[in-house]
Design a protein around this ligand. Sequence first.
Ligand code: PAF
Length: 286
Amino acid sequence: MKIIESVKELRKTRKEITGKAGFVPTMGALHRGHLELIKKSTEICDTTIASIFVNPTQFGKDEDYDKYPRTLDNDLQICEENGVDIVFKPKKEDIYPLSNPKVGFRISEELGNILCGKSRPGHFEGVAQVVSILFNIVDPDIAVFGEKDYQQLAIIKEMTSSLRYDTEIVAVPIIREPGGLAMSSRNRYLTPKEKELAGNILKVMEGVKVKAEEARFDRRALPVEFIESEAASRLTELIPDCKVDYVEIRNTNDLTKGRFLARDSRIFAAIFIGKTRLIDNLYIGV
Ligand code: PAF
């Protein structure tokens, strides 16, 4: 496995790759969710490039950029053992040569101003910015992203298609801890008890799915807002002291919202346990 730090060397190595180049962008602190992304890339591509870069521009000023877990040695070992061919590990100045980077994709309001885009202003602008710069450097045939960050995935697809990148975006389903909590680098901030309680996010979303299926069977129209507020209350009941940021039901394809539960719905949830923000989603349309 090659470890490359400079943009120039990465570009040179990229030119020598024959066959399909797969790309797995990460911020490190790799876990089983990342492993699935790497596995997908190695299955469908000839060469897999993973990047490790904690991107400052996607963190709000009161967020966890400084304390974001950095576990480089372990990350490199995981990459090596799982078939990554090249790790790209740039420094901040390699990605952002100007101190106040202005480049950025203009995300549509429909995708950018909802859910996490509303709660974390500037976050997706930072994500789109770094991913577009990484795409310019790596020039991947295929790039793999997880469905846990479902809104991020939708925005990356919009960006890739709008900017005419010659890159296919491949999505990988959420990987969960045994108790149901979606894998995330931020799960390390949780105590074992908090992790156990956080498993209830999935339980609540599954409860909504069952309700949706029953209503569909009985041909009953379910008002979305009612279901959302019921689910939010259930979360605070089951996870004492959690703060619900949002629970929303939206169309799985374009993230639009209807008044009544319809086909192809997906439930999205974001909650705080202490200072840790957790997000999750589940397809509930049948
Ligand atoms: O999903 C992530 O880990 C990050 O948002 C990404 C895509 C690597 C960009 O920094």
